[in-house]
Design a protein around this ligand. Sequence first.
Ligand SMILES: [Mg+2]
Length: 260
Amino acid sequence: MVASDGAKPHYKTIALFDVDGTLTVPRKKADQSTLDFLQELRKYVKVGIVGGSDQIKICEQLGPKAPIEYDYLFSENGLVAYKEGEVLAIQSLKKHLGEAKLKELINFVLHYIADLDIPIKRGTFIEFRNGMLNVSPIGRNCSQEERDEFEEFDLKTGIRKKFVGILREKFAHLNLVYSIGGQISFDVFPEGWDKTYCLRFVEEEFSDIHFFGDKTFEGGNDYEIFMSEKTKGHTVTSPVDTVQQCTELFIKPAKEALQC
Ligand SMILES: [Mg+2]
């Protein structure tokens, strides 16, 4: 690409990629062929990675040098943001809410769980993560059998739904989002801390922001960024499909333009 101002080449297009299911088989390492393709793609557009996992997990999947191998690397949806190997910004729940509000929320959750009459309780009722709280009425360190029983109990009684309803009302002023997932817990995080969070780091520089993800349906973790007015969203079914779609969209037209 040639800059319109005649200066050194620059790029107005960026392609952002989800990790699990888009660049890798979920939770697995990426194939070398996919990683090679991403480097090839960087000759045509800027490439950014946006994963929900933390950076350690993303580096396990994409390789230890991932932060310097892509134009942007956003782990935890961009709470930890890298540009060309340099840290751009780091955000956390602790920083965002402040200790006083965080303590108020945690105290309420623990009290509520203490008063909850459910068949069994174990330990680790709140898991404190960088960008969210994970709350489990039974406690995260229960056995698989206990998990299954809790899930069934919750389906019948709606323990988690009711809990979330109360938190939503009581802490409305904190603008938090509650996401019931898995068998035994729900996540609590600030509004907008989904994958759209990372767009603040690229929206000024790029006129064309493409996003590729596999869970673009409502309720999926790619839904918000896929639907965002700031992006052109693409649904993919596998890493192979991702490579195919990007080839059609970015590489073929550029090569054809060269031949003209
Ligand atoms: Mg995915």
